[in-house]
Design a protein. Structure first.
Length: 254
């Protein structure tokens, strides 16, 4: 029998599930979560292999990860960042009656390039990153943090994660590699039109991890979705442009 994930619950109000991105934990939401907890009951999920659930290995199968999370959270709106957004889409496809709304931050239905989806990462870049994790772990993670958060905000991200260097804050190498397989090994584009709930793809115009144009394109694949771009924001707008981010989230959830 699979071990049940621990979930941190904060705040009062309508239920909102938060899923962090690759290599992180729920602490990354920081003051944005503090603000949302004043109006919503947050369910902060640390993925298997991460944070308070780091003792549970991260499956390399998206369905397995999804099914580990479902018993741990109530019916709710879901907000996922990056890899967390991909998992949120999987939950919506498999359990539409329990996912009331979807907020997908810096996320797309396929992080890999597909024949009909040129917004994803190519195979050469994916292999280079995976080799970097295997052969030069610390430097590869430092470069990832700089790309994700930028020089100005990398320190803030590390502080939220509770470490002094990326290699000290993230899960072990095997969980990171499993996360990469989840991130790049799944294509939800063909199924996305089955997601009928209201959805928001939210990103930044300067995202260097996900092509900004992918958010509008992804929203067009769902019958009840919209997209919003925050000017000047990168891959983590809830850190760099928190006030604008919160205004958009509150408006969508209202």
């Amino acid at each position: 029998m699979a071990e049940t994930l621990k979930v941190m619950t904060r705040g009062r109000g309508a239920d909102l599930v938060l899923l962090h991105g690759w290599g992180m934990h729920s602490g990354i939401w920081g003051s944005a979560a503090d603000a949302l907890a004043r109006k919503y009951r947050l369910h902060l999920v640390d993925l298997p292999g991460h944070g308070i659930n780091r003792h549970i290995p991260l499956p390399r199968d998206l369905v397995q990860v999804t099914e580990l999370i479902m018993p741990a959270v109530p019916p709710a709106a879901w907000m996922g960042w990056s890899l967390g957004g991909l998992i949120a889409m999987s939950a919506a496809l498999r359990h539409s009656e329990r996912v009331k709304k979807l907020i997908l931050v810096g996320a797309t239905p396929s992080f890999s390039r597909q024949p009909d989806w040129d917004c994803g990462v190519g195979e050469d870049a994916r292999r280079t990153f995976a080799r970097g994790l295997e052969n030069d772990f610390e430097n590869t993670l430092e470069q990832f943090f700089l790309q994700t958060f930028g020089p100005r905000w990398s320190g803030e991200a590390l502080q939220r994660l509770g470490g002094q260097a990326p290699a000290l804050t993230v899960p072990g190498k095997q969980n990171l590699l499993a996360g990469l397989e989840l991130l790049y090994g799944n294509n939800l584009i063909p199924a996305l039109n089955r997601c009928k709930m209201p959805a928001l793809f939210l990103g930044g115009t300067r995202d260097r991890t996900v092509m900004p144009e992918s958010f509008e394109r992804a929203a067009g694949l769902m019958p009840n979705a919209e997209a919003a771009l925050i000017r000047g924001a990168g891959h983590a707008p809830f850190i760099t442009h928190e006030d604008t981010f919160l205004d958009i989230i509150r408006g969508f959830l209202a």
